[in-house]
Every structure is written in C-alpha cells, then in structure tokens.
Design a protein around this ligand. Structure first.
Ligand code: ZN
Length: 345
C-alpha cells in the first residue's frame, strides 16, 4: 500500500514547497515536468521555490502523453538523474510523471493545476495509444501540494468534471459490492467507505462548489485525494471505477468528440444507479445543480452514441464484473434505460 506522506491543500500552498522539500529531506537534483501553460501558472514558481531550497532544478516541457512521450521522459530521467520528479499540471502531466517516475524508480510529487478527475492522488495512470483504454497501476505520489488559488484559475468545467468523477463513486462501490457477492471478488470495506464518503461530501457541499467558494474547492480536492487513497488501499481502481467508468471509456471509443472524463462518468453513474435500482434521481439532481451534463445533448454526443456505449461498455473489461456484466443488456434495453433516465429523448 502506497500512501502520500504529505498532503497540503489550500490557498497559496505553492509557497510551502520549500517547507515540504525540507520535511521530506529532498536533496540534490529535482526534475519539474509541466506543459507551457502550467509552467506559467505554477511550474515556474515550483522550480524557483525548489532552487531557493538549495536543490538543483531541471525543467521538462511535456505536450502530450502517448507511449512515445513516456519513453522520451524516461530517457530524460536516465540522463539527468534527478532524485525526485515534480508533475505540475492537469491529469495528463501528472499521469506522465506517475508512469515515468515509477519505471525509473524515483518518487514523484503531484502539483495539480486542475481538479478534473481523481488521478491527482491515485496510483493509476492512463496512457494514450496503449492497448488499454482504462487506467493501469503506476505509483502513488510521495506528496500532493494543491493550491486552490491556482486551481480556481482553470476553466470551471474542470471543477464540474471533478465533481462528476467523485459522485460516480456511488455506483463504482455498488458494482464492487456486487462483484464481491456474486463473483467472490475481494472487497475492502475501508477503501469502499472512503470512496463513498467522498461522494457524499461532494453531494452535501454541492452549493459551496456551485457558488465557487474556496471551501467548496477544498471539499472537492480532499474528496479527489481521498479517492486516490482509496485506490492505494485497494491496490486497484475498484473502489472508484465501475460500470459508469466503463460507459465513459466506451463513449470515448464510440464518439471521438466526447466530453470530459468526469462529465461522462456522471452521466454513466445515472445509468448505472438506475440499473442497480438505486436513487438515480439524487445523482442526476446533484449533477444538474452543479451544472454538469445530464443528457446526451449536454455531453455533445448523439443519442445513438449513448445507447451504443452502454451496450459495449461491459466488453471493455470483461474481468471487471459490474451490473452491466450481470444484466448483459441488448440495444433495446440500453435505449430503454437511457430514455427512462432522461439522458436521451
Ligand atoms: Zn474517474
């Protein structure tokens, strides 16, 4: 089980980089990875603070996160030999830092500039162009430094997506429980409770988030980090990714002009809750309150795409038993589900 040693969340926390570096005993060389936008927003500040702390700092600009990019980053790490890697940016950068630091056996520190999904603290990463459309195990961050001043500057849609990803844990945990009962799969009460509590807290604090209060952002960040910890405890994405995530991955494949991960997982969670005979209306109403998409139209996809994605979702991961594997819905039943929940007309 890998857990972060330091989690710092709040306003102006970037300034605490030197303090964290000291506590973690970071010495020698650090490599800071970012894209050009996040470099201006936070990457430069992190580099400067590290240099102030007496570390020698190299900087690496990353644009995309394909298998090829990861190889390039790994070669850079081999050449520069840093003791620690800082990933400063959104999900792509942090995933790249996770995968490359793990393969080169050095710790990484997560400095998120957006809150669009739970990857900021999880040990899992997704790589474009790999044969798996879902996340794979890499390593958890040694520390997380999340500055709400920085995160508040990102487009609001990222926050909405992050909320969708957390609310989706309701059905992810239901699927996990189902797999435990029907397939005798390992089920961890502690990891499941942590994921569930995160979803509950985001729902209960939805208004703080809607009104863009700093406390609201903190609740969301803490929820996303707790989800990452839940995955570390479980040793897989199980507590945080069920049929709603399979629906989102399927939608990515069915329509290349898809919405954001958390937005799709939110809609997937409405469908999954309906199939579990759970309170799907509560999920839909919270998503609506937050301003997240709850229909195919709002996701920017065709009605037929939603039906198709729901139909093929289970095939993406036959090994991950969910309500979709149990029910094995045909196209007609998928259409009926999407209509009953108001996702399509
Ligand atoms: Zn997710």
């Amino acid at each position: 089980m890998q857990l972060p040693r330091e989690v710092i969340v709040g306003k102006g926390t970037l300034q605490r980089v030197p303090e964290v570096a000291k506590r973690l005993g970071l010495r020698g060389k650090a490599l800071v990875m970012s894209d050009s936008i996040c470099y201006d927003i936070a990457g430069k500040a992190v580099s400067d603070f590290l240099a102030e702390s007496g570390l020698s700092v190299d900087f690496l600009l990353v644009k995309t996160m394909t298998t090829r990019d990861v190889l390039d980053i790994e070669n850079q790490i081999k050449e520069l030999k840093p003791q620690v890697l800082f990933g400063v940016g959104g999900g792509t950068i942090i995933d790249a830092a996770k995968v490359s630091s793990r393969s080169q056996n050095i710790p990484f520190i997560s400095v998120p500039t957006t809150v669009s999904h739970d990857g900021i603290a999880s040990p899992l990463a997704s790589i474009k162009g790999s044969d798996k459309p879902y996340s794979v195990l890499a390593q958890a961050p040694m520390a997380i430094i999340a500055d709400t001043d920085v995160i508040a500057k990102a487009p609001w849609r990222f926050v909405i997506s992050g909320c969708g990803d957390v609310i989706a844990k309701f059905t992810a945990v239901k699927d996990w429980k189902l797999a435990h009962l029907e397939q005798n799969e390992y089920y961890g009460e502690y990891a499941a409770s942590l994921a569930l509590m995160s979803a509950k807290l985001v729902i209960e604090n939805a208004e703080l988030i809607v009104y863009r209060k700093d406390e609201g952002l903190r609740v969301l960040l803490e929820a996303l980090i707790s989800c990452g910890v839940a995955m570390s405890i479980a040793g897989s994405s199980r507590p945080c990714s069920g049929s709603e995530h399979l629906f989102s991955h399927a939608l990515d494949m069915v329509n290349s002009h898809h919405a954001m991960h958390g937005e799709q997982c939110g809609v997937g969670s409405i469908l999954a809750a309906y199939l579990h005979r759970a309170n799907w209306q509560r999920i839909r109403n919270t998503l609506k309150l937050i301003g997240a998409p709850t229909t195919a139209k709002e996701l920017g996809v065709k009605d037929a795409d939603v039906v198709k994605a729901l139909e093929v979702a289970a095939k993406i991961r036959p090994d991950r038993y969910t309500i979709l594997h149990k029910l094995n819905l045909n196209s007609e039943a998928c259409e009926k589900t999407a209509k009953a929940t108001g996702i399509i007309d």
